[in-house]
Design a protein around this ligand. Structure first.
Ligand code: SAH
Length: 342
């Protein structure tokens, strides 16, 4: 059974040895309760219940707590049993989705709620973290393009150090941890340090950011595949040839800086100059923006609009489909004039 109680201003007695009850104490404090901690069973538990609304008993394996439970029953005080905090630290790699809180999974929310330490960067839903992870220490390890405040090795070290100190560490990542997220390296770092690690998949920006702009990455009769590529470094000639040859949607992450090489490469490899292209910036934020053009105009269009990272690029007929589905008449006319210019 799951209950949600407003504990603001209420008094909660947390019973259990400090080492196992500490986390519950912090959780109830974070919920706004006045917390009294009772580290060991006492002779006359009823005397302790004065003014107490809830007793949270954390099972520390010691006998003697039964009297407290009986006293609660006798005095009509709510009694809740809690699992003790696990001593062994863990790491959970959590995919935070593209930034919208609503696109966090239930598992992600639960992992955050239980976290002692959260390592986050700006791509996940970081603004609501204090609410989602009320008892956790929040550490910003954010990376901006070309600027790495805490390097990848530093992040792995922080993760491992906190876990070895017995903390439940959440490494919150934008999108999905395994899509250009360096999740594999972080798992390897945990394995090397003997720290148990699990992964909570997230909603990747590769699919959700186009969706936020109304663009389906596949559409019956238009595209039956999509390829997700990293634009961090320019693709090779061979890669451009394969992509152009597939005839499906191409989705590029981290691709704003290499857009000129991408469009030139795909064109060189035989893709039509009038293939629609969209640049979707800052998906799910108040400043989300979509710029559309064709393979031959998008570099100038994106420059004129001042397009910046983070953005997802979509190359393919599905861009037009998206505009049609949304009845974006003005945008379609814009696209057509871009195509005319191709
Ligand atoms: N693991 C992430 C991707 C990390 S790479 C995922 O699965 O989504 C970082 C790139 O993701 C950015 O450069 C950008 O291309 C894309 N991205 C992530 N969130 C985005 C957002 N809200 N809006 C636009 N692009 C986003």
């Amino acid at each position: 059974m799951e209950l949600s109680i407003d504990l603001k201003g209420r008094t909660v007695l947390v019973a259990g040895r400090a080492a196992v009850a500490d986390r519950a104490v912090r959780r109830y404090r974070a919920a706004g309760a006045t917390v009294r901690a009772l580290g060991s069973p006492c002779e006359d538990p009823a005397a302790l219940l004065q003014g107490v609304h809830l007793v949270a008993a954390v099972d520390d394996g010691r006998p003697g707590w039964a009297a407290l439970e009986r006293a609660c029953r006798a005095h009509g005080v709510l009694f809740a049993r809690e699992e003790p905090a696990r001593h062994r630290g863990t790491v959970t790699l959590v995919g935070g989705g593209p930034g919208a809180v609503g696109l966090l999974t239930l598992d992600a929310v639960e992992a955050l709620r239980e976290a002692d330490t959260v390592l986050y960067d700006r791509l996940g839903p970081h603004e609501t973290l204090p609410r989602l992870a009320p008892v956790a220490e929040l550490i910003d390890v954010g990376k901006r393009p070309g600027h790495h405040p805490v390097g990848q090795r530093g992040i792995e070290e922080l993760m491992v150090v906190h876990a070895l100190a017995g903390k439940h560490v959440v490494r919150l990542k934008g999108g999905d941890p395994f899509v250009f997220g360096r999740g594999g390296e972080e798992i390897a770092a945990c394995a090397a340090a003997g720290v148990p690690c699990r992964v909570v998949s997230g909603v990747t920006s590769a699919v959700s950011v186009p969706a936020a702009a109304g663009i389906p990455v596949t559409h019956r009769g238009v595209s039956r595949m999509f390829t997700v590529v990293s634009g961090h470094a320019p693709l090779t000639e061979e890669e451009h040839r394969h992509l152009a040859g597939l005839g499906g949607t191409v989705v590029v992450l981290m691709g704003v800086g290499t857009l000129p090489q991408l469009t030139a490469g795909l064109h060189w490899a035989g893709m039509r100059a009038d293939m629609p292209v969209a640049v979707v910036e800052r998906g799910y934020s108040a400043s989300q923006r979509t710029t559309v053009g064709s393979l031959s105009t998008i570099v100038a269009d994106a420059a004129a609009a001042g397009c910046e990272s983070p953005a997802v690029l979509v190359v393919g007929e599905v861009v037009r489909t998206g505009l049609e589905l949304q009845g974006e008449v003005a945008r379609l006319a814009e696209l057509d004039s871009a195509l005319g210019a191709s």
